[in-house]
Design a protein around this ligand. Sequence first.
Ligand code: NDP
Length: 275
Amino acid sequence: MPRFSGKTVIITGSSNGIGRSAALLFAQEGANVTITGRNSDRLQETKQQILISGIPEIGVNAVVADVTTSEGQDELIKTTLEKFGKIDILVNNAGAAHSDPTGALASDQGLDVYHKNMQLNIQSVVEMTRKVKPYLIKSKGEIVNVSSIAGGPHAQPDFPYYSMAKAALDQYTRAVAIDLIQYGVRVNSVSPGVVATGFAGAMGLEDQASKKFYEYLSSERKAIPAMVAGTAEDIAWIILFLADRKMSSYIIGQSIVADGGTTLVLGIDFKEAMQ
Ligand code: NDP
């Protein structure tokens, strides 16, 4: 029997990128999936990919919604319960780095940019977690958050608010994990590095510029020691691992870094310096 047979999963931000890949894998591994995003064409594309892979339509609940709104969140939960009767796994994946249109650095970036980043990358996660909690307690389920290495200790002057939101998300993961484990609910997260998805496009780059962005980073050993951008599937498999009670039952409140080595390098070449 597939390992997520009989499980119901809500994956936010599944109209593209990592969320789409995770939705496809969960469905292929037997789960009923609620997929969602604001863009209905892209959401349909996710649904089609799932159906083409042989999953019956009855196992897919596609909801066009903005996860930063209370109505959007309620719609996701209501339709999931109506269609599948329960919720076993919540993947808080929707996210984006909203940049400052003026190109200003950290101390000059506006509060509108701050609020947009916070609303999407942390507040919506807090709200979804609070709303889904009773159903996860009932099912003794799991939460997997999608954070970022941007939330780590390196300074991010171009995207301070996105990085602050992800750092807050890491602390939220830890705090809620300790709270919810008393009810048998596990909470963990994954922190990707550079992954080639719609992420750069959502930052405002055109397709060609987006491609160049990922190519440039992959060509720099100091940026990505593995010299390759991650794929959505690389991260999706980690999401499934953390959602799988058999595979990861003793992991509580942790974040798995998947970044091709990015966070391990300081950019100092001692050999060169000592010549
Ligand atoms: P994509 O842009 O490919 O996907 C982002 C998803 O989030 C889309 O489905 C988008 O859907 C959805 N989304 C964005 N805003 C909203 C909103 N207001 N309401 C509902 N859905 C929304 O990027 P990724 O797949 O790369 O991003 C997934 C997660 O991974 C994010 O949390 C991101 O921060 C994180 N991450 C990504 C990295 C990367 O290099 N790609 C690196 C580190 C972390 P729609 O536009 O249809 O609303």
